[in-house]
Ligand binder design. Structure first.
Ligand code: KMH
Ligand code: ZN
Length: 307
């Protein structure tokens, strides 16, 4: 069987509690769903924190600490902490968990952009919490801030913490932004890029667009990089599979997609992971284990984190 890196993004900051009863909110539930996802085949879990009562994304370090230390103590997953955070956080709040927990991996977003979540509001009539419509409506005038000076800081903090950046490219221009830092020698090899597709404000989640992202990265990094793909929404499995067949990894999870199939909500992150593992198996692929992932990405090791 050929190997691919399977990453699970457990809760995120895009979906809100009204959208899915299965979205994990409390730290214990986020950690439990992450561990179940690892047992189902994911080697890497991408983690955000939420306020346990309201479900609002939070940069609270105590809550993040509870989540990551529970996952770390109960399984050997590679833990990837977000620095994208949520729309209600400053760049400083988004970065703070890196020096605090020194994770093996953390996301690093490669450019400022629109990040529009508001269209989904049309489908929802009643909300569980008042903050949800305000948060989503706010995305109409929100700029996801990742300036060159922000990125420079994130790279520096990650380097000081021994944390591998998972480089989130939401559009072709982001690959060029990254190339500026690559040429400066700021990015350690192997360069690990994640194509993030299907966010309104970034590139669409289609096969031609994925090929364009891949071809652009091939040209810039001369094939000397590792990639994975996220497709927001229902295209998660199609583009994840395509990414795997092109030699990359795939990310699934309730952060990006709430649907297991047509009209069928995923009841857990593990269900989404199981489906991706099933599809991969049909093509002769299986997910890399956490230790195989550490080797591929040259990570520092789970004994060197602070959680
Ligand atoms: N939420 C995704 C679209 C991050 O957390 O830094 C991308 C993401 C970024 O996971
Ligand atoms: Zn995220």
């Amino acid at each position: 069987m050929k190997k691919f890196i399977l990453n699970c993004a457990v809760t995120g900051a895009i979906h809100t509690p009204t959208m899915a009863p299965y979205l994990p909110i409390k730290p214990g539930d986020i950690a439990r769903q992450a561990i179940d996802a690892v047992n189902a085949g994911a080697s890497t879990v991408h983690v955000h924190a939420r306020d346990p009562e309201s479900g609002m994304p939070t940069g609270n370090l105590e809550i993040m600490g509870e989540i990551v230390s529970t996952i770390h103590s109960r399984c050997d997953a590679v833990i990837c902490i977000t620095t994208g955070g949520g729309m209600n956080m400053t760049v400083d709040e988004r970065i703070a968990s890196i020096p605090e927990f020194k994770p093996e991996m953390a996301s690093c977003n490669l450019g400022s952009m629109n990040f529009a979540l508001f269209p989904v509001m049309e489908k929802i009539k009643e909300w569980k919490h008042d903050w949800e419509p305000a948060y989503l409506e706010g995305s109409k005038s929100f700029i996801f801030q990742n300036t060159f000076s922000d990125m420079e800081r994130v790279f520096q903090v990650m380097r000081e913490s021994g944390t591998k950046p998972e480089l989130e490219a939401y559009d072709v221009g982001h690959l060029h932004n990254l190339h500026y830092f690559f040429k400066k020698g700021v990015i350690d090899e192997p360069v690990y890029i994640q194509f993030v597709m299907g966010i309104l404000g970034g590139i669409k989640a289609t096969i031609p667009h994925l090929l364009h992202m891949k071809q652009t990265a091939d040209g810039l990094y001369k094939g000397n990089y590792i990639f994975s793909t996220i497709a927001a929404g229902r295209n998660e499995f199609a583009l994840g599979t395509m990414s795997m067949l092109l030699g990359g990894g795939a990310r699934v999870g309730l952060e990006d997609n709430l649907w297991l199939g047509q009209g069928e909500m995923a009841k857990s992150n593990a269900e989404l992971v199981e489906k991706m593992v099933r599809i991969a198996g049909e093509f002769g692929y299986e997910p890399a284990t956490p230790d195989e992932t550490r080797k591929i990405l040259k990570l520092k090791g789970r004994d060197k984190v602070n959680m």
